[in-house]
Structures are given as C-alpha cells and as structure tokens.
Design a protein around this ligand. Structure first.
Ligand SMILES: *Cc1c(COP(=O)(O)O)cnc(C)c1O
Length: 385
C-alpha cells in the first residue's frame, strides 16, 4: 500500500489509526507534509517571497501553520481576508491577486491594510486607483502553457504585453505605484519551460518600459503552477527552482527584481488523504466487462478536479490480488458525478462494498470545492493532524 513518496509507513499508520474511528467521507491533512513542502520550496527559491494561494485549502489550521512558518498570503476575496484577520494575520503580509473584484471590496482590502493588488484591465485599475490610492500595482500577463498544465487557467486571466504596458503607464498617471508584472502558467504545470516563455515576455516589458517610458519595474510575481504528486510523473520542485533561477539570472544577473510566488497546490496537495467508502459495485449488463464502483465521495463532495478527468489521484485500498479496470463514480443523483470513465483505474477484484478507498494528494482544491448540500450530502470534513 505504501508506494507514494510522501506517505512513509509511519504516516500511513497514523492515517489508518485515525480513520478507523471515523465515518467517511473525510479528508485528513498531514501537517508535517505541508511543513516539509514549505521548507523545500523556501530553500530551493530562497530569494522568492511565498504568498500562499489560500483557495487551495483554507482550513484554519493550515493557515495557522503557514503563518507560523513565515508565509505570506494571497487573498482573492474579502471573505478570505476576513478569515486571515480572524486568525490575527496582518495585512502587510497579504496581496490581492484576484483581477476580478467589486469596488466596495477593494475598499475593504484597502481599509484592512492591503497595498499590493494585481489587475489586468483598465476598469479594475481605475477602481483600485479610487478605492486603494497609492497602492502597488502588478499587471497580470496572459500566459501560455494550457496544453501542458493539468488544470489550465486558460484565457480568463491576464492581458497582452501591449495592454500590460499601457496599464502600468496609466497606473503611474493615476497616482498608483506601477510595481511589476505577474503571470500564472497554469496549475500542475508539467512543462517547466512555460516559465521561460512567461519570463521572456516579462523581461521584454521590463526593458521596454524602462527605455520608452522611464518606468522601472521592481517586482515579478510568478504565480503558482508548481506540481503535486499525482499519477503522472513530474520533475521535483528543486528542478523547477533550478531552471527558473537560471532563467531569471540570464535576464537580470545581479540586478534581480523582487520575486513573489503564489503556490497553492504544491504546498498542500500531498498532505491530504481523502477517505471514502464503497457504497455499491455493479455491472450494467449480464455480460458487461467493467464494474462500476460507486463510493461516498464524488465530484460534489470535493473531487471536483476529476472534471474532464483532469487530475489523476493515486488511489489505494486495503485489498490486494488480481485487479481489473473500473469506472469510479460518486454517490449523488447527477450523471456528471462520474469521476473516471475514460481514464481507467485498476483496482483489486476482491474489492467489496464497505471497503475504504484512500485518495492520496487530495489536500488541494478538494474541501474548498465541495458543495454545501447537493442531494443533502454535507461538505467534505477536514481534519488537520
Ligand atoms: C490559484 C492561484 C494560484 C495557485 O496556483 P497553484 O497552481 O495551485 O499553485 C496562484 N496565484 C493565483 C493568482 C491563483 O489564482
């Protein structure tokens, strides 16, 4: 059962001991894994300031842990802001990275003390100038990399380099501080060269703005995209860091701007074990070859990133013996709640109703995505251990 690099036998034992007593489904978060991931990232990119993208998993115990480790936080909404405030985290350690925000909410961010905002449009920039005067502005560039990211962020965010330049010049005119450029190469980005492409656009703009507008930018925000351990291989985070450091040194030498990163997935995903129970096993005809395995956690219960069968979690059970391809589905009355039909998992034939499945690397984008009461099922419970 112990085949995952993050799951030492000691960790497995802990997971099994705590799980036995509890009714499924639920999510266990191994906080020592988060601590390990944080230190690893911090040591591999020592010059980068970490802003945790808390949408990945906003459990208060995780926020407290990252606070203790010295992390900063990227907030996307006033609700995230309020949660951090409740935990006593000060706003000078927060940025607002969401490019889509209400005017009233920008006012609240500003009143709380946030002075670092990301934007990608004129409308939002003008709102920031009014509601958060004098703040530092990062303009988000549209990044490529959708083909090689398992959870791409597509065209929803960012703007072209031309517009980014215009916005930074306008920011200065509006009394804001044109601070730098940001991008996100797509979540679970498996192609490290995606950072190279994004960074060359950034460098082009750094130079262009300095030469043509006498505008010197100070900061690059490289977003998230660093990998978690799913079924597909990725390079270790150290390799990402080495390559990215090399790109930056080629562009800036000793005159390195301030560097921010906003990891979500890579910090928390591997810490999570989602435990579910098999409710029903069936075949669709007398002669059907595949078995359908319905278990008590589905797409609405937190496994949302199975949408498009995009993310392939490592799944374990406590049985062994010969296996067979299965179709995995959730418990709700919606056919969209079929998790994997094209992408096949092989699970032991001896698997039976009542058995538990252990979904590894489910610490990110699960509990925060789970529905509040679809079919009456409660949202996914999180237990930080
Ligand atoms: C979601 C998000 C992140 C986190 O991305 P990961 O791929 O989970 O590390 C970072 N920055 C922004 C602006 C985001 O929206």
């Amino acid at each position: 059962m112990n085949q995952n690099e993050n799951m030492t036998s000691e960790r497995w034992q802990k997971v099994l001991d705590i799980s036995r007593e509890k009714e499924t489904p639920f999510q266990l978060i191994l906080s020592d894994v988060i601590e390990e991931k944080y230190r690893e990232l911090n040591e591999s990119l020592p010059f980068a300031k970490i802003y945790y993208a808390m949408k990945a998993n906003p459990a208060p115990d995780i926020l407290r842990l990252l606070d203790r480790l010295g992390s900063n936080f990227d907030v996307a909404s006033v609700y995230e802001l309020r949660r951090l405030q409740e935990l006593g985290i000060s706003a000078d350690r927060m940025s607002c990275g969401n490019t889509i925000k209400k005017f009233e909410h920008i006012k609240e961010f500003y009143a709380a003390g946030i002075r670092l905002f990301v934007t990608d449009s004129e409308g939002d920039l003008r709102n920031i100038a009014k509601a958060a005067p004098g703040s530092k502005i990062m303009v988000r560039l549209m990044a490529e990399g959708a083909q090689t990211a398992d959870w791409p962020l597509s065209r929803k965010f960012g703007c072209s380099p031309d517009l980014a330049g215009d916005l930074l010049v306008l920011a200065r005119k509006l009394g804001l501080q044109p601070w730098g450029l940001s991008f996100h190469v797509g979540s679970q980005q498996r192609d490290i060269t995606a950072w190279d492409s994004a960074l060359s656009k950034v460098n082009y703009l750094f130079t262009w703005l300095a030469e043509n507008e006498d505008l010197k930018l100070s900061c690059i925000n490289m977003g998230g995209g660093f990998p978690a351990t799913y079924r597909e291989r990725t390079n270790p985070v150290q390799t990402y860091a080495e390559e990215i450091t090399r790109y930056l040194q080629e562009d800036y030498g000793d005159d390195m701007p301030e560097i921010l990163i906003e990891p979500g997935r890579s910090l928390v995903a591997d810490s999570g074990v989602l435990v579910s129970e098999i409710v029903l096993i069936s075949r669709k005809s007398r002669t059907a070859l595949e078995r359908w395995i319905y278990q008590d956690c589905g797409r609405f219960g937190g496994l949302m990133e199975t949408l498009g069968e995009a993310i392939h979690y490592p799944i374990y059970c406590e049985r062994s013996g010969p296996g067979e391809d299965v179709i995995l589905a959730g418990p709700s009355c919606d056919s969209m709640d079929t998790l994997y039909e094209d992408y096949r998992y092989e699970l032991p034939l001896s698997l039976a109703v009542g058995d538990r499945l252990y979904w590894l690397s489910t610490g990110a984008y699960t509990s925060s995505y789970s529905a509040v009461e679809f079919n009456g099922f409660p949202p996914l419970e999180t237990l930080v251990i």
